[in-house]
Design a protein. Sequence first.
Length: 139
Amino acid sequence: MTIQILLVEDDHEEATLFQEMLDLFGQHDRWQLHHVINGLEAIKFLKKETPYQNAPKVDIVFSDYNMPRMSGEEMLLDLHSGDWWKGYPVIVILTNYDFGAEKIKNLYQLGAASFIPKPKELSVFQKIFTYWVDCVELP
């Protein structure tokens, strides 16, 4: 089974880094990465709206928190307000200045499966990624 990953990231360099980290793990037949630039595009992708009518069913979402048009927080709120939501795990990626107990509590209340710091080291990213694709039973 190929794991379908949706990356929601507005920064092209960060998205490229995410892809490069995946490439370093090898096993390219195990996952396929799809990328959109904000929460609004993620909602369209997950609902298979134009221009994503042929998008695959996503197994897991990694989403940046701070994005234009629709933030990660706004995306979570929108996801959980609709009856179409299938419960895809959403892992919110936070930069150091985003952290705070109230913010993290709010993300969990909005349905985030987890939050992670924006990884700067490959070993940290690999541990997080391996946990979510190898250890967790995805829907």
